[in-house]
Design a protein around this ligand. Structure first.
Ligand SMILES: Nc1ncnc2c1ncn2[C@@H]1O[C@H](COP(=O)(O)OP(=O)(O)OP(=O)(O)O)[C@@H](O)[C@H]1O
Ligand SMILES: [Mg+2]
Length: 486
């Protein structure tokens, strides 16, 4: 490491200049010591360097003032000032490099400082000092410079010029390096920006893909659910069909049985008429005891009731089977005219087992016209709404089904006296997979599917609910077909 060894040859004989130079040399040597320390602290080094630059700048100002005070020839002062200014500029560039690059080498900077100060003090400052001394002895500034130029001899100015050239070449190279560095920095930042843009784009595309994926999953679940409904429908239809045949012959047998029994009772009546003709004795007693044991009178009355009840029961089975057949037409995604009051009844019968222990059903059906729709899908909506209503009722409540015509729309309302919904639940109920039911009980698809079905029919659903009071869903459907559900 080059150490600045102060000696008398650096002294100019001008006191303020010498004091400043000594102080600068002292600071340079402190820097040298710090750089030789086994563990360099970059922050300390940076601090000392900037203190040195500040001091150097101050010194240059003072020195320039000194030259002005003595009125030195402008040829010298201009060149001297230019050297100061170039040095300051050089230092600024180097400082920028050092603060931008944490791995930059301080030693080069340090060596540059030592050489520059040695060269400057021994050359330019000494020339200044000699001129000041001459001016002090009464010589004009111009003559002082002339003497300076002629006393430097032949070799010295040439050597100085050569050194200046070298110094300028080094400076020019330094600037070129600095400029190239800047270009590189710019290029890196442009590349970084391009990379960042590409990265952002990738991220956005990933988000879009994720959203599409989610939509696909939803569609897949919807398809699964409607396929499930369709196969349940087909199963129900075939079961209903199978039940129809036995119902038919049981019904007809019951009819025949009634006729046969009537005939038997007629015969028994005839026998009862001749019973009086039997003389009292063992036969008559046996006959009366047999009639008593068989409770013939009761049998005669009850058998009629039994037959009537059986026929009524069978009628109910027939209605349920018919409803099941109507409801189970889920495989038929066809537009047709349908009576929504009748469809509501069918739906209700199909899910009756689930509802009967939870609610009284109040029907308030209006005189509504048949509407054009895909009845199987609309029934699915009714089923979702009625089952949701029964789930919302904790113990036992009421579900009211109301239908009404308003202009060219038909309204079907399902109202329950269940637990109702807070606003934050209400705002999410049509989202696919939103459910407040425990795992396994709800998939959260009922209302989202219903919403889609009604929308595709050109209608809409309204909900109003109050926690603790109940909920009402209104489905509005146009009388005429508006658009094609998929
Ligand atoms: N009548 C209602 N009263 C109170 N809350 C309701 C009512 N209807 C729906 N909800 C709320 O809306 C949520 C979503 O209903 P949706 O029918 O879409 O799904 P789910 O009934 O939870 O499950 P899934 O119908 O798929 O079996 C329900 O979990 C419930 O919190
Ligand atoms: Mg539901």
């Amino acid at each position: 490491m080059a150490v600045f060894d102060w000696s008398s040859r650096f002294e100019t004989g001008i006191e303020p200049a010498d004091e400043h130079h000594k102080k600068l040399v002292g600071m340079l040597n402190d820097l040298g010591d710090l750089m030789l320390a086994p563990q360099q602290n970059r922050e300390d080094l940076q601090c000392l360097f900037s203190a040195l630059f500040d001091y150097a700048r101050q010194h240059f100002d003072d020195e320039e003032q000194l030259m002005a005070d003595y009125g030195l020839d402008s040829r010298h002062t201009d060149a001297h000032r230019k050297e100061h200014a170039e040095f300051v500029h050089e230092l600024e560039l180097m400082t920028q490099t050092h603060s931008a690059d944490p791995h930059s080498d301080f030693e080069i900077l340090y060596r540059y400082l030592v050489s520059w100060f040695s060269f400057h003090i021994l050359g330019t400052d000494h020339a200044m000092a000699r001129q000041i001394l001459r001016i002090r002895s009464g010589i004009s500034a111009e003559a002082a410079l002339e003497q300076e130029l002629s006393s430097s001899g032949q070799g010295r100015p040439a050597l100085q010029d050569a050194l200046f050239d070298l110094y300028e070449a080094v400076t020019a190279q330094n600037r070129q390096l600095h400029a190239r560095n800047k270009v590189l920095e710019n290029q890196v930042s442009v590349h970084c920006q391009a990379l960042e843009t590409a990265n952002n784009k990738l991220f956005e595309e990933q988000q879009i893909l994720q959203a599409i994926n989610q939509q696909l999953e939803q569609v897949q679940t919807q398809i699964l659910k409607s396929e499930k409904m369709a196969s349940i429908g087909q199963l129900a239809a075939s079961v209903a069909h199978e039940i129809n045949n036995p119902i038919g012959f049981v019904n007809s047998n019951l009819g025949t049985l009634k006729i046969y029994l009537e005939r038997l009772f007629d015969v028994l009546g005839a026998y009862a008429c001749i019973e009086k003709l039997i003389p009292p004795g063992t036969e008559l007693a046996a006959l009366q005891s047999a009639k008593q044991t068989a409770e013939l009178n009761f049998l005669q009355r009850d058998v009629v009731d039994l037959l009537t009840e059986s026929r009524e029961g069978l009628e109910r089975v027939k209605t349920i089977v018919q409803d099941l057949k109507d409801f189970s037409r889920t495989a038929e995604a066809e537009w047709r005219e349908t009576d929504l009051n009748h469809d509501l009844d069918c739906t209700l019968n199909v899910i009756w087992n689930e509802i009967k222990f939870k609610a009284n059903i109040v029907k308030d059906y209006g005189d509504i016209p048949r509407i054009n729709c895909i009845a199987s899908q609309i029934s699915q909506v009714f089923m979702n709404l009625i089952i949701n209503a029964s789930h919302a009722i904790e113990d036992f409540g009421t579900i009211t089904l109301r239908t009404q015509r308003q202009n060219n729309l038909v309204m079907v309302e399902v109202t329950d006296t269940g637990k109702g919904m807070p606003l934050e639940v209400q705002s999410r109920i049509f989202e696919p997979f939103f459910t407040t039911k425990p795992a396994g009980k709800g998939t959260g698809l009922g209302l989202s599917l219903s919403y889609d079905i009604i929308q595709k029919h050109g209608g809409h659903i309204e909900v109003s609910s109050a926690p603790g009071e109940g909920t009402s869903f209104k489905v509005w459907l146009p009388l005429e077909r508006k658009s094609e559900p998929q």
